[in-house]
Design a protein around this ligand. Structure first.
Ligand code: FES
Length: 150
C-alpha cells in the first residue's frame, strides 16, 4: 500500500493506506480524530468539513491520494485550547443543540472568516448554507459567525 505524508494539525504525519480511502475515514478510523463527523458521505451535509491548505473541504469526498504533502486541520487542531474566536462565539451564544454538525459548521465558519473578516449577514448565510443542521440552529449559527467577526 502507498504511504501518504501530510501535515495534520501542525504535526508531520504518515499513513499507509489505499489512495482512494476518504480522508474522513482515515481521520476517524486510523488517526483517532473523531471530531470530524460522518453525515451523508456524499458531499451534501458539511458535517465532515476540515481545512485543507486553509480551505474548508469535505473530507468524505477527499481521497488520501489528493492530500499528499498538504496541510490538514481538523476541529481538534483549530486552536490549542478551544479558544479560536469562532469556538468562543459558539460557546457564548450556546449554538449547538444536538451538536452533531457543529465541528463542520465551525470549520466552515473559521475558513470563511479568514477570507472575509467583516461579512454581511447575507454573506454569512451564503457561506454557511452548505452546512446542514438537523436541529435548525441556523439563526444562532449566523449570530455566532457575526460575533466571531467582531
Ligand atoms: Fe461529507 Fe456529508 S459527510 S458532506
Amino acid at each position: 500500500m502507498p504511504v501518504f505524508n501530510f501535515t495534520l494539525n501542525k504535526k508531520k504525519t504518515s499513513l499507509e493506506a489505499e489512495g482512494d480511502t476518504p480522508l474522513l475515514w482515515a481521520l476517524r478510523d486510523e488517526l483517532d480524530l473523531v471530531g470530524t463527523k460522518f453525515g451523508c458521505g456524499v458531499g451534501q451535509c458539511g458535517a465532515c468539513t476540515v481545512h485543507i491548505n486553509g480551505t474548508a473541504t469535505r473530507s468524505c469526498l477527499t481521497p488520501l491520494s489528493a492530500i499528499d504533502g498538504m496541510e490538514i486541520t481538523t476541529i481538534e487542531g483549530l486552536s490549542e485550547d478551544g479558544t479560536h474566536p469562532v469556538q468562543e462565539a459558539w460557546a457564548e451564544l450556546d449554538v449547538p443543540q444536538c451538536g452533531y454538525c457543529q465541528a463542520g459548521q465551525i470549520m466552515t465558519a473559521s475558513a470563511f472568516l479568514k477570507e472575509n473578516p467583516n461579512p454581511s449577514g447575507e454573506e454569512i448565510r451564503e457561506a454557511m448554507h452548505g452546512n446542514i443542521c438537523r436541529c435548525a440552529s441556523y439563526n444562532r449559527i449566523e449570530k455566532a459567525v457575526a460575533l466571531a467577526a467582531t
